[in-house]
Design a protein. Structure first.
Length: 125
């Protein structure tokens, strides 16, 4: 399917149109919206920067270890900047990170309001 035909097909993957004709929320199939796999296929000679910032808004602390598993594959030095919405979650995230060798130059965890989906905390913090 092309994206345009996918969106207009009311029956594909359970998608439906609401009363004003807008498509209700659902995810696209992987062949249309593939997820990225880390590590990326590249040689060390392809790296053109010496460090990066990794920014994550972790709303579900129970996913921290899984997220860290992906982050550990980053092939250059990095700073890890995490936002969440409560002190309790911040402490759970900190405990999960302290229990692993994430490999970050620095780790900063900040509590921010859970507004603006996952975008606002990245700008506020």
């Amino acid at each position: 399917y092309e994206v345009s035909s996918y969106i207009t097909d009311q029956n594909l993957q359970g998608g439906k149109l609401n009363s004003i004709g807008a498509v209700t929320a659902r995810t696209l199939p992987d062949d249309i919206n593939p997820s990225l796999n880390i590590p990326f296929e590249q040689s060390e000679g392809d790296i053109i920067f010496d460090r990066v910032a990794v920014v994550a808004h972790i709303f579900y602390p129970e996913l921290t270890e899984e997220i860290i598993g992906y982050i550990k594959n980053i092939p250059v030095p990095f700073g890890l900047f995490i936002t969440t919405d409560t002190e309790e979650k911040k402490n759970r995230i900190r405990d999960a990170i302290d229990g692993t060798d994430v490999g970050a130059i620095e780790v900063v965890i900040r509590v921010t309001p859970n507004r603006g989906r996952d975008i606002a905390p990245k700008y506020i913090a």
